[in-house]
Design a protein around this ligand. Structure first.
Ligand code: ADP
Ligand code: ZN
Length: 848
């Protein structure tokens, strides 16, 4: 076949590449990683050429590529990143287009977001051409008839500019319009800009603010609903604007992430006067928030020296190596990352540092900026698409060779990558739980191997997979055994809740309350930690004991929020006013169940006289609220900080000498393989918050299960003991790290359709498993187990029924073989209310 054909990844959820033919007149076929514009249905889409053979196309003639968007020899994605994307798509059974979209900033992929503007030369040429109809002149400069049509379209547009999307739509009338634009740009008759807002307005961003209209009163609730309608999204958007301090403006860039369609959602809110909008200047450099004192390297301790020698030698040798850097909080891991990266930088190498939820750990990125200054790019969720593109381009050209970010930074186009650090590598946020369900930690290892770079996984409480790899010698095991500042780990006391009844309002036992009062009297600070939000987890009927559950989900009961007097489901976002009487028996009054952070905050103010209390949870921490709350607490403007698991992330509060964990065993009861591991990690991490200053710390864990190994070991800072206990259980069941899991999830609105689809898929999987067993020698343990299909532990979320099939294998190969059989059968099926969706979660973190 003489025709040149390429496979293109398009930013759509369908799990395949699309084949296009390279136009005969193009001298080069675009290389893998290059962006191309292709016709797709009625529109033009920007995709990326894959490093994969083109798909078979039946019958219909191949469509032609419309335009190459990257210059020859300079594809947007380097070959290294193209390989990584293909690996991710294959291993995680993920839609290939969505994978490529992870690796490119939004402005470079998807819709063609360019705009074309008529220049003076273009306007003059158009006028000349029109006049030449009356007074013919000859001259080569006159645009052709087709070009004139393009220029005329621009000339009649407002501000004489048009988005490429609009121009593409002219294709039927002006064939080849995009090619013509390129030619006109070459003649300076048109300028082309990549910008989401275009021209001057790019410096301005719309900001929104909740007005006082219909705010805060219970009576307003009815009136509000009239304006909001039934949209949960719109309600949630309004709530978000309400959750920041009154009068605070929220930038459109902050809304775009959580609310993709925020503009449409906003319309009735603006019309009703519930929200005000204003265009404001935005910062052009997202990195230089404030200038920092430069910092210099510390003389390494003996442990740090050993670790650095090993890691630097591997970096110098340019060979792949992977290590677990194992040390408690404050043992000097970050200092090791900094010096390793400085070493790699000295010979021109680059580095990526992955951290859980970057917005929560500004101190960490500040330490990198203080050490490396302008060479650091901090990728955080607050960046606007334009800033993201700027950052990506600066990284790509090597202007910022050190990149810090959350999981997606693993795709950052750092040239000459030598070091990848995954800090707090056990953290659940490294796993993306929607779309492409990848683990950034595992992708980091694959990328490091491909780039022959050094990967460092740092943690005090490594994931058991990582720990087992270190024990088995697949990872180098570098231990930091002591804190360099010789500060002892805090003393941890366990308080049994069965023996010591907590106050129902504050949840404090007598011992914790006494400790709190003493701490505040000494002018020191305390953190109280509750792994829950809201005023009460649930409402319980005082007559029949029924729980008030979300009508759309079978999830744990709804959370009551005092400030808004509303019940909220944290699974689907459903919100309603609390009912007067129990819906089940129609008689009982609804009592508040156990307390949430909000109620504890209020109760503490009453119970501990003079205490200044701050609260940190997902409700108070949107946008700027989070950083502001943390800064206030660090400035000692409060004595007690009450918070959820957000507090377990690496915040450093020198004034804190007491940490109280109100309900240590919350979470242990979940029917999930990692329930004990997560509880242990959380408690250990939270306990590490105390005693980071120059005073020793004290930690009190209140819990019912004071004998549970996850709690006992956390209290004794005994990772090894916990790991031994948990690994034994995992081994018995063949769970990771002793086996490999994949979870097939099936969801949809109709229970029967979902069950039927689950059974169909299970039949495919079982047939595959039987095939494997036939090939496998009999007698040995079955290499692959199929569990299910069964309803998920949380069976309904947001009116969708959920089923699952769990695959458990003793090695990766049979699992991967079966997933390849299953792949073409995944995705959407059926239509209307019988539509079902099936996806695979490879190496799932949670089975809930
Ligand atoms: P981790 O990342 O393990 O929590 P850090 O690297 O943040 O530990 O170190 C904890 C504290 O100890 C920091 O204040 C850091 O500046 C300090 N530190 C680290 N290494 C040394 C060293 N070699 N000498 C003196 N202080 C150190
Ligand atoms: Zn719900």
């Amino acid at each position: 076949m003489s025709e040149r054909v390429v496979s293109v990844a398009l930013p759509i959820a369908l799990d395949r590449g699309f084949s296009y033919a390279v136009p005969a007149e193009w001298s080069h076929a675009p290389e893998p990683g290059a962006r191309v514009l292709v016709p797709f249905g009625a529109r033009g889409l920007v995709g990326v050429v894959r490093a994969a053979p083109p798909e078979q196309v039946e019958g219909a003639r191949l469509k032609l590529l419309e335009e190459a968007l990257d210059p020859p020899g300079a594809p947007s994605l380097t070959p290294e990143l193209v390989r990584l994307c293909e690996w991710v798509a294959d291993y995680y059974v993920a839609p290939v287009g969505e994978v490529y979209r992870l690796a490119l900033p939004g402005l470079l992929t998807g819709q063609d977001v360019r705009r074309a503007m008529l220049t003076e030369a273009g306007a003059a040429a158009l006028t000349a051409a029109r006049e030449s109809v009356l007074t013919p002149v000859d001259g080569p400069a006159l645009p052709t008839a087709a070009e004139q049509r393009v220029l005329a379209a621009l000339a009649s547009a407002p501000r004489q500019e048009l988005a490429f999307e609009r121009l593409s739509a002219l294709r039927p009338r002006i064939p080849g319009v995009l090619r013509l634009l390129g030619e006109l740009a070459a003649k300076d008759m048109v300028t082309i800009a990549w910008d989401e807002a275009g021209g001057e307005t790019a410096r301005v961003e719309t900001h929104y603010r909740r007005t006082d209209f219909l705010r805060g009163t219970a009576a307003a609730e009815e009136a509000l609903r009239e304006h909001i309608g039934r949209s949960k999204q719109r309600r949630a958007l309004l709530d978000m604007l309400e959750s920041v301090a009154p009068g605070t403006w929220v930038a459109a860039g902050e809304l775009r992430g959580p609310f993709a369609g925020y503009k449409k959602l906003m319309e009735p809110l603006l019309a009703a006067g519930l929200v005000a909008a204003e265009d404001k200047l935005r910062a052009l450099d997202p990195f230089a928030v404030e200038t920092l004192e430069p910092s210099s390297p510390q003389t390494p301790t003996a442990d740090q020296k050993v670790a650095l020698e090993v890691l630097c030698a591997d970096a110098d040798a340019r060979r792949f190596s992977a290590a677990l850097l194992h040390g408690v909080t404050g043992s000097g891991k970050t200092e090791v990352y900094l010096q390793l990266i400085a070493h790699a930088r000295a010979s021109g190498g680059g580095a990526i540092v992955l951290v859980p939820e970057i917005a929560l750990t500004p101190q960490l990125s500040d330490r990198f900026r203080a050490r490396f200054g302008e060479t650091v790019a901090v990728l955080h969720s607050g960046l606007t698409p334009r800033q993201r593109l700027d950052a990506w381009q600066q990284i790509r050209i090597g202007a910022r060779p050190i990149v810090i970010g959350a999981r997606s930074a693993v795709f950052a186009p750092v040239p000459d990558l030598r070091v990848i650090v995954v800090d707090e590598e056990h953290d659940g946020s490294f796993k993306q739980e929607e779309g492409v369900r990848y683990s950034a930690r595992d992708v980091a290892l694959v990328r490091a191997r491909d780039a022959e770079a050094v990967a460092v996984l740092g943690s005090a409480t490594p994931a058991l997979e990582t720990y087992e790899s270190a024990r088995a010698g697949r990872l180098k095991w570098l231990k930091l055994t002591a804190r360099p500042t010789a500060r002892p780990l805090p003393a941890v006391e366990l308080v049994g809740l069965a023996q010591h009844r907590p106050d129902p309002e504050t949840l404090l036992t007598g011992r914790l309350r006494t400790a709190l009062v003493e701490t505040i009297a000494a002018g020191e600070q305390a953190i109280l930690f509750l792994n829950r939000r809201g005023f009460a987890t649930t409402l319980i009927c005082d007559k029949c004991g029924a729980l008030h559950q979300c009508p759309d989900c079978s999830a744990p009961a709804m959370t009551y929020h005092l400030g808004r007097n509303r019940l909220m489901c944290h699974w689907c976002g459903h919100i309603e006013a609390p009912p007067e009487r129990c819906a089940a028996c129609g008689e009982g009054e609804l009592m508040h169940g156990s307390a949430g952070t909000e109620r504890i905050e209020l109760a503490l103010v009453k119970d501990v006289p003079g205490a200044r209390v701050l609260r940190l949870d997902r409700d108070t921490s949107r946008g700027k609220g989070l950083l502001e709350t943390l800064a206030q607490f660090r400035r000692r403007e409060a004595d007690i900080l009450v918070g959820t698991q957000m507090l377990s992330k690496g915040h450093d509060f020198p004034g804190v000498t007491l940490v109280g964990i109100l309900h240590g065993d919350h979470g242990l009861g979940l029917p999930d393989i990692r329930a004990a591991e997560r509880t242990f990690q959380l408690l250990t991490q939270v306990a590490g918050r105390a005693g980071r200053g120059d005073r020793p710390g004290r930690v009190l864990i209140q819990s019912y299960g004071i004998k549970h190994p996850a709690i006992l070991c956390a209290a004794e800072h005994d990772f090894t003991g916990f790991a031994a206990w948990e690994l034994e259980k995992r081994k018995e069941l063949g769970n990771p790290p002793f086996g490999y899991l994949a979870l097939v999830r099936i969801g949809g609105p109709d229970a029967v359709a979902v069950q039927r689809r689950a059974e169909e898929l299970a039949a495919v999987v079982r047939a595959g498993a039987a095939e494997i067993r036939r090939r496998h020698d009999a007698g040995a343990a079955a290499p692959l187990q199929v569990l299910g299909p069964a309803p998920s532990a949380i069976e309904r979320v947001n009116r969708r029924v959920r089923w699952q099939i769990l695959l458990r294998a003793t090695s990766r190969q049979p699992l991967r073989w079966i997933l390849r059989q299953l792949r073409p059968r995944l995705g959407e099926a059926g239509s209307g209310e019988f539509k079902t969706m099936a996806i695979v979660d490879v190496d799932p973190q949670t089975l809930l």
